[in-house]
Design a protein around this ligand. Structure first.
Ligand SMILES: [Fe+2]
Length: 197
């Protein structure tokens, strides 16, 4: 087993932090960012899972649409982790810690049609984006540099969400997944809509 690092983990108090912030503020921001790091790591792995499991008539369009999203979200995770390190704490990037810390369930769909996966991804993106906006609000009086990073990420995430939703939308602007609260339900509604269209 590797020797344990003496560096303080993201949830503790740093021994130093960014000049102009107290170590308490550094700890608060890092804890908030650790949750965003978990969400972004989870998201880029989930997007790859869909890239591998999508089947059916729209396979190649969705398969190829997802890879640039994986790359961009992976970059966001990297920037977020490095911000935690900049704050004087240790970003935690291992799968076990992610699963233990996260407040959401694992993506629940395996091999399925493109529209079904996109229906489920609508909910996945909605969750990440809402939590990112909460983190933006929480950094308002705390750290505008961190907030700026989160705003930049949100802009990209919200555009990727639109890419997903554009497949689920009617010409009248109605979303097939409207009202769904689980990925399975959203996938079902998206699939039914397509078959009846
Ligand atoms: Fe691939």
């Amino acid at each position: 087993m590797a020797k344990e690092s003496k560096k303080v983990k993201a949830e503790g108090k740093p021994l130093y932090t960014i000049p102009g912030l107290s170590t308490e503020q550094g700890a608060t921001i890092a804890a908030l960012l650790q949750d965003r790091l978990n969400a972004l790591t989870d998201l880029h792995l989930t997007l790859k899972h869909v890239h591998w499991n999508v089947v059916g008539p729209h396979f190649i369009a969705v398969h190829e649409m997802l890879d640039p999203q994986v790359d961009a979200v992976r970059e966001m995770a990297d920037t977020t982790a490095e911000r935690i390190a900049t704050l004087g704490l240790s970003p935690w990037g291992t799968p076990g810690a992610l699963v233990a810390d996260r407040s959401w369930e694992d993506y629940s769909i395996g091999r399925a049609g493109a529209i079904e996966h996109l229906g489920a991804l609508d909910l996945v993106y909605a969750g990440v984006i809402e939590d990112h906006r909460n983190a933006i609000a929480a950094t308002d009086d705390l750290d505008l540099v961190t907030q700026d990073m989160l705003i930049g990420q949100s802009s990209q995430l919200e555009q990727f969400h639109w890419f997903v939703r554009a497949h689920l939308e009617t010409a009248g602007g109605e979303l097939s997944t409207q009202g769904a609260t689980t990925e399975v339900a959203a996938a079902g509604r998206a699939g039914v809509k397509r078959k009846s269209a």
